[in-house]
Write a protein that binds this ligand. Sequence first.
Ligand code: GTP
Ligand code: MG
Length: 238
Amino acid sequence: PFMTTRRDFLKQMGTAMAVKAVVLPDDYNQYDLSFKMIVIGDAGVGKSCLTSQASKGIFEESYSATVGFEFLVFNVKLNEKVIKLQIWDTCGQELYRSLISSFYRNSSLAMMVYAINNKESFMHIESWLKEVKLQSNPDIKVFLIGNKSDLEEERQVTLEEAKTFKEEHGIHYFSEASAKNGINAKEVFIEAAKLLYLEHLKYKDVNFQKLGNDKNDVLIPVKVSKKNSNRKKGGCCG
Ligand code: GTP
Ligand code: MG
């Protein structure tokens, strides 16, 4: 064991993982940990394109609205652990909303997407967030993604207003991205995997043993050995 403060420990973990993220193919069939997440936002903002760009490296120029939902997988290796994200890509249309409430309940993370060239889709983020608060577990992590960042000349939402929204609503992560040119497409899902993995470590794997008095807050992270066997065969919807 090494001595550190809780804050430094988590900071080091974060940095180490940023260096060691390796994206794996979506059909890679082994994993150490898996998390469910949901992608939400108005119709046409690019939820499906962003997800399939990250998962499969595919971008569709022609728009075909998602009916109900689609299931995709994003695999990434972080610090020698394979993290599998099970992604529910939902449809933005009101009609199917009731279908997806069980996905909210079972998700560890909600990715809210708007398009930077569509002010209305950004204005609606507040009501998407309400939906998350209403339907999800209280400890759900929430991401905000401004998609279509390649359409700079059509921009209707500034970086500043999105960042302000993030701060004011306690959202865990914000970034702009483009499903079209791929900028930040994989990265936002890597960030999602990192955050969920960190949370997992914080509560499941690492116990902090206190040394000395309260002021110093010196802690030793102690790995709790788990029943190993947590490397499972992957499978759809597992
Ligand atoms: P619903 O399934 O109806 O809720 O829509 P969606 O949010 O899944 O949108 P989808 O991914 O189907 O994309 C809608 C349209 O926007 C398509 O024509 C895409 O080609 C286009 N699009 C998606 N992402 C981008 C992007 O990053 N840049 C540009 N320029 N176009 C994009
Ligand atoms: Mg879609």
